[in-house]
Design a protein around this ligand. Structure first.
Ligand code: HEC
Ligand code: HEC
Length: 177
């Protein structure tokens, strides 16, 4: 009888002690669910075709409007390349980017990214933002230079679900070579 009592007492104690842990895990679970690191796929076919030709077609939610305007206004000198487009295609893509920029997104990712940029700064790179740097501070520079990665801009090399717009940290796999 004594033994049985202490058995039940132990079970009860475990339940009481683990309750706060479970509750906090639940909260974390929610914040990681919809609207955390999930942006959704790119939906504009001209953008996918033209801007996805040389690199991963970054989700428009990854930069503010002012950055997209600057990028789309300087395509003749785009990181040392020429990425010029006819005017109708250029304005069509610009509209898509502006209408879906970080400011238009309710995701936590976009909110944090915007908060990491000066109010009037218009970074040309996602990889230059404080948010990106903070999230990747454990990735050594040499890792980004691996053959199958090449550069930090190559999101999809490590984020296996990047094309779905899912940057959840649990779906990251860094290639070994
Ligand atoms: C001719 C090839 C080419 C085309 C076409 C092209 N880009 Fe790029 N883009 C580059 C290169 C090269 C870089 C620099 C990559 C690096 O440093 O690793 C770059 C980088 C970028 C970056 C910064 C990535 C980062 O580091 O955060 C953005 C944003 C970008 N391009 C947007 C666009 C958009 C929008 C279009 C379509 C209008 C486009 N690109 C079309 C070659 C291209
Ligand atoms: C060399 C591989 C690599 C590349 C390339 C890379 N990332 Fe990451 N990314 C990581 C790792 C590792 C983490 C952190 C995972 C962790 O903390 O467990 C991360 C974290 C993130 C997070 C935070 C996710 C979360 O759940 O909090 C975002 C957002 C993100 N990356 C976006 C990008 C974008 C956008 C690009 C391209 C411009 C990119 N990453 C390029 C490896 C990479």
């Amino acid at each position: 009888m004594k033994l049985k009592q202490s058995y039940y007492l132990t079970i009860l104690l475990i339940c009481i002690l683990s309750a706060p842990v479970l509750a906090s895990e639940g909260r974390e679970g929610n914040s990681r669910g919809k609207g955390s690191s999930i942006l959704g796929p790119v939906t504009n076919s001209a953008y996918l075709k033209e801007c996805g030709a040389c690199h991963f077609a970054f989700q428009p939610q990854l930069l503010p409007r002012r950055s997209w305007e600057k990028i789309m206004g300087t395509l003749d000198n785009h990181f040392g390349d020429s990425a010029t487009l006819d005017e109708a295609t250029r304005t069509g893509i610009l509209d898509y980017l502006v209408n879906n920029s970080a400011e238009k997104s309710s995701s936590r990712l976009s909110g944090k990214l915007l908060a990491s940029i000066g109010k009037s700064d218009a970074p040309l790179r996602i990889t230059d933002t404080g948010y990106f740097k903070r999230k990747h501070d454990e990735v050594r520079a040499a890792v980004f230079k691996r053959k199958s990665i090449g550069t930090a801009s190559n999101c999809v090399a490590c984020h296996l679900t990047a094309e779905k717009g899912d940057f959840d940290e649990h779906k990251v796999k860094i290639p070994k070579i």
